[in-house]
Design a protein around this ligand. Structure first.
Ligand code: LRH
Length: 471
């Protein structure tokens, strides 16, 4: 096999994985060596991530990766955005909160009392999301904030535990709302009462974070000088690296728990239209800008299925979707999947019923009808958001790329093509891990070139599946 080997730790909101990649000019082979559940825990004052458990699982996965591929040249870590840990003298203070915790509402009210969203948008270019880090920091226990000396986003926390070096990787730091022009916005940080000193130095994808700590290297059987490389540590940034698109004519949907729908642009779009459409300008690899909007994603479907399973019915999702595909779309309600009531965990069918009752629509009756209503509602939201992205950016969208787990949902892919009238190119499913691996491989010299060259490699090795409108 040609190319060099690198390892990706990719932590998603419901599961994490460790993936080994062999990457070269004509090679992009990936092998998953570990997959583990990420189960949030409601304990004490709120909903938390079990970050220590995740770190332990990541170490186990890396040990397995090195056992099967001793030549691994680098490790990179990505995860979901916005959430953070506070530390003092290297020790974690408390357990990081989950962005679906209710405390965010308090933070929104506190921040907007000082600065309205439009003013924030002019500075940080972000859409309004109630869990953006700056709102979470405003809801933080002031006593903890006072004694903390460092705040680390989740992948940076894992990187710190691996290397002992505390940094903030730029793509993920852009989701804090505290970044302006690629640097911490000190005036905003001060205005919001965030202690400046807790924000670590920024690094960009491709930069070396540091070598593994000797004790960590010994515990996973790694050589002492194995580096951890900054990647697009925001999972969506890594996914966008690996979208096999021609960016000037394409929209992407990174579809997992969330559906991140947008286009890539060279500069932030801070217009009235972008603000009104609630679009975000998140940082991408190589200084690109991800102009996108968070749509609810597969969360509503998976949470619905989880609820049925908790109530004692085992669900075969592929069979359910096949049944759902046979239903006439006109026979199910299309609801507003972006309604804030669908954000927290809970009884999704009951919330769908309530939405339908409020809008004088007949609610779904069977499990398959619920599944179809969710897919139709998601497909409509995706289509409308692609349309808005095109309008706001001026990108003439001729193909919609769906990457991530949603690329496996054939009904969803077909319905996005049907509703938009634009071909959908589905895959790769593992775009996030591929983007993570590619940035490391380029830093290690196994491949060269721009994001276009990296995307070309993805297109040659992971040809997407085409869904034609009306087929
Ligand atoms: C997707 C994601 C998304 C963020 C959300 C918190 O995993 O990173 O881009 O908005 O999680």
């Amino acid at each position: 096999m040609s190319g060099g080997a690198v390892a990706a730790v990719d932590l998603g909101a419901t599961s994490g994985r460790v993936i080994v990649g062999r990457v070269g000019p004509d090679t992009l082979d990936v092998r998953q060596v570990a997959r583990f559940a990420n189960t949030p825990v409601r304990a004490g004052v709120g909903l938390h991530w079990d970050v220590l458990g995740l770190y332990g699982d990541a170490l186990d996965g890396l040990r397995e990766a090195l056992r099967t591929e001793p030549g691994i040249a680098s490790i990179g870590v990505d995860s979901w955005a916005v959430d953070y840990a506070l530390l003092r003298d290297g020790r974690m203070l408390g357990t990081p909160f989950h962005y679906r915790d209710e405390r965010c509402e308090r933070g929104v009210a506190a921040v907007h009392a000082r600065m309205p969203h439009a003013e924030l948008f002019a500075r940080n270019g972000l859409q309004f999301l109630p869990f953006t880090t700056l709102y979470q920091l405003a809801a933080e226990d002031p006593a903890l904030l006072e004694i903390a000396d460092t705040a680390l986003l989740i992948p940076d926390l894992i990187g710190f535990w691996l290397t002992g070096r505390a940094v903030a990787e730029r793509t993920n730091a852009s989701t804090t709302g505290l970044l302006h022009g690629g640097a911490w916005d000190d005036d905003l940080v001060d205005a919001l009462g965030v202690p400046r000193g807790i924000l670590p130095p920024l690094v960009s994808p491709g930069e070396r974070i540091g070598m593994l700590r000797p004790d960590v290297a010994a515990s996973i059987g790694a050589r002492a000088d194995l580096p951890v490389t900054a990647v697009g540590s925001h999972d969506t940034a890594s996914a966008v690296v690996a979208v096999p698109m021609q960016a000037e004519h394409a929209a992407y949907i990174s579809c997992g728990t969330w559906g991140l729908v947008g286009v890539e642009v060279p500069q932030p779009v801070l217009t009235e239209a972008a603000l009104a459409a609630n679009f975000t300008n998140e940082g991408g690899a190589d200084g690109r800008v991800r102009l996108l909007h968070n749509v609810m994603g597969l969360w509503v479907l998976t949470e619905t299925v989880r609820g049925w399973e908790r109530a004692g019915t085992a669900i075969d999702l592929p069979a359910l979707l096949t049944e759902a595909a046979a239903i006439d779309p006109a026979a199910v309600p299309v609801f507003d999947i972006e309604d804030a009531r669908f954000l927290p965990p809970g009884d999704m069918p009951a919330r769908i019923d309530a939405w339908c009752a409020e809008h004088s629509l007949r609610p779904p009756r069977t499990r398959a009808e619920y599944a179809r209503a969710i897919v139709e509602s998601l497909a409509r939201a995706f289509t409308e958001t692609v349309d808005a992205a095109s309008r706001v950016s001026g990108v003439d969208v001729r193909a919609i790329h769906i990457v991530g787990g949603g690329a496996l949902n054939e009904l969803l892919c077909q319905r996005v093509a049907d509703r938009s009238g634009i071909p959908v190119l589905a895959g790769p499913v593992e775009a996030t891990a591929l983007g993570n691996l590619l940035i490391q491989a380029r830093a290690a010299g196994f491949v060269t070139g721009s994001l276009e060259a990296l995307r070309d490699l993805v297109a040659r090795t992971h040809a997407p599946r085409r869904f034609t409108p009306g087929a």
